[in-house]
Design a binder for this molecule. Structure first.
Ligand SMILES: C[S@@+](CC[C@H](N)C(=O)[O-])C[C@H]1O[C@@H](n2cnc3c(N)ncnc32)[C@H](O)[C@@H]1O
Length: 401
C-alpha cells in the first residue's frame, strides 16, 4: 500500500480501539473529567508522576502501564496518543513491505501491532511487553478483531529473548518508544559548553548503555534479527546528548542506516511534540551517521533589529535552539561585560555571558547538554537582561533541589 494510504486505515483502526482525537487541551480535559472518577484521575496522575521521580525504577514503570491498561483508563489515556499512532504507525507500516515475520518489542497494549497485523495479513506478528495487563488487553483485542496472524507474549527483554528469536528469524523488528524508557537520563554531555562534540570514550558509552538498559535490549534484538532483517526504531532522542550515544550503540553492533533518518513530529492533544528520528537499520549500507546538532536557523539582521522600536515587555530577539550558538558566534564586535562558567554536580558545564554588540545587549547561555539560548535587547533595556543574568548566576550557586 502506498505511504499516504495508511492514514485512513489507522484512523479507522483507532476508532475500533475506542480512541478519539482532540483538537484542544480544554476539550480533552473536559472529556477526561467527565469520563473518569476523581479518584481514578488522582491515581493516574500519581502513577504517572511517580515513574518520573529521581530514583524511580522498573516497578514504577510497570505499575503505571498496568493501570493504564485498565478498561476505564485505557481510552482516556491512549487517546492522547492519537496523533502519535497515526504518525508512527504510518511511518512504520510503510516499511514493513514483504516481511514474513515481524517482532514488535515493548508493544504495550498492542494498538500499533494489531494495526500492522490487519494491514499485512500474510505476515506473522509477535508483540512482547513486560506489562501483563497490557499483554492481556492486546490478546483480547486481537481475538475481538479476528486476527490470526498475531500473538502477544508477556516478556521482559531485559531478561529474556523473545519467542522464536534464537535463530535470528525476524525480518523486521520494531521498537517505538520502547528501548529508551529512562527519559530522566540526560545522556552524554559534550566536551565543553562551546562544542557539540562528545569525544569517543568507550567507558562513557558503556556506562550510558548500562544505566539505560540499552545494551542488553539491543543485544537481544540483534540476535533475533534475520541476516537481511531490518530494525525500525523510534525513541525520544531528539537531544543530541541522547541521540549520539543511541546511534553509537547501533553502530557498535554492526548496524547501519538503510535510509536517512526522518524526524517524527506529532501533537499530544494540542501540544507539538518532537520525538527525534525514525531509524531503519540493517547490516549492510553506506549511509553515514550524523552527529551534528539541528540545522542552523535563520541568520539575524542586526541592523533591522536595531532599527525596530523596543517593546518593554519582550526582547528584540530570542533563540532557544542550538542555532543560537551560530548567531552568538557571528555577533560583530562582541564585547563581554560579565561571564560565568560552572561545572555542575550532575556533570554538566554551564556558561552564562552578558555582553554587547552593535548597540544591542545580549545574554548567551550554553551548556554541555546542548541547550543554547540567546536573548538580545536594546541598550535601554540592558538592566533587565543584567538582572536576569544575576538570577541565573545565583541559580547556579544555589540549585533548587
Ligand atoms: C510508551 S509504551 C510504547 C508502546 C508501543 N511500542 C507504542 O509505540 O505505542 C512503552 C512500552 O514498553 C514496555 N517496556 C519497557 N521496557 C520493557 C522491557 N524491558 N521489556 C518489555 N517491554 C518493555 C512498557 O511496558 C510499555 O508498554
Amino acid at each position: 500500500m502506498p505511504a499516504s494510504n495508511f492514514k485512513p486505515a489507522i484512523e479507522s483502526h483507532l476508532k475500533d480501539w475506542g480512541l478519539r482525537r482532540f483538537d484542544t487541551g480544554a476539550a480533552y480535559d473536559q472529556w477526561q473529567r467527565t469520563t473518569l472518577k476523581p479518584d481514578e484521575l488522582t491515581t493516574l496522575l500519581r502513577l504517572s508522576d511517580q515513574r518520573r521521580l529521581p530514583g524511580a525504577g522498573e516497578a514504577d514503570e510497570i505499575a503505571f502501564y498496568e493501570y493504564a491498561a485498565t478498561r476505564r483508563i485505557l481510552p482516556v489515556l491512549y487517546s492522547q496518543r492519537y496523533d502519535y499512532y497515526v504518525t508512527v504507525g504510518s511511518a512504520v507500516a510503510e516499511r514493513i513491505g514483504q516481511a514474513g515475520s515481524v517482532l514488535d518489542v515493548g508493544c504495550g497494549i498492542g494498538v500499533l501491532t494489531t494495526f500492522y497485523a490487519r494491514q499485512f495479513p500474510q505476515c506473522s506478528f509477535t508483540g512482547v511487553d513486560r506489562s501483563p495487563a497490557s499483554i492481556a488487553v492486546a490478546q483480547e483485542k486481537a481475538a475481538a478483531l479476528g486476527l490470526t496472524n498475531v500473538r502477544f507474549d508477556c516478556l521482559d527483554v531485559d531478561r529474556a529473548s523473545p519467542p522464536g528469536s534464537f535463530a535470528g528469524s525476524f525480518d523486521r523488528l520494531i521498537a517505538t518508544q520502547a528501548l529508551l524508557q529512562t527519559e530522566k537520563d540526560p545522556g552524554l554531555p559534550s566536551r565543553n559548553w562551546q562544542t557539540f562534540d562528545r569525544g569517543k570514550d568507550p567507558k562513557v558509552q558503556a556506562d550510558f548503555e548500562r544505566r539505560t538498559g540499552l545494551a542488553g535490549r539491543l543485544d537481544r534484538l540483534c540476535a533475533a534479527m534475520a541476516p537481511d532483517g531490518r530494525l525500525i526504531v523510534c525513541e525520544k532522542t531528539r537531544h543530541l546528548a541522547r541521540r549520539v550515544p543511541f546511534q553509537r550503540a547501533f553502530a557498535a553492533r554492526g548496524l547501519v542506516l538503510l535510509e536517512p533518518p526522518r524526524p517524527i513530529q506529532y501533537s499530544v492533544v494540542e501540544e507539538a511534540t518532537d520525538d527525534g528520528l525514525l531509524y531503519v537499520l540493517g547490516r549492510t549500507g553506506t549511509l553515514v551517521w550524523d552527529e551534528s546538532p539541528e540545522h542552523a536557523g535563520k541568520p539575524v539582521d542586526l541592523a533591522a533589529l536595531t532599527g525596530r522600536p523596543a517593546n518593554p515587555d519582550e526582547p528584540l530577539y530570542e533563540n532557544h535552539q542550538t542555532s543560537a550558538q551560530q548567531v552568538w558566534t557571528s555577533l560583530p564586535n562582541r564585547r563581554i561585560l560579565q561571564e560565568t562558567t560552572k561545572q555542575e554536580p550532575d556533570g554538566r558545564q554551564v556558561h552564562l555571558e552578558l555582553g554587547d554588540s552593535q548597540g544591542l545587549t545580549y545574554l548567551y547561555c550554553a551548556n554541555t547538554f546542548d541547550q543554547r539560548q540567546l536573548v538580545m535587547v536594546k541598550t535601554e533595556q540592558a538592566s533587565m537582561l543584567a538582572q536576569y543574568y544575576q538570577e541565573l548566576v545565583s541559580g547556579l550557586d544555589h540549585p533548587s533541589q
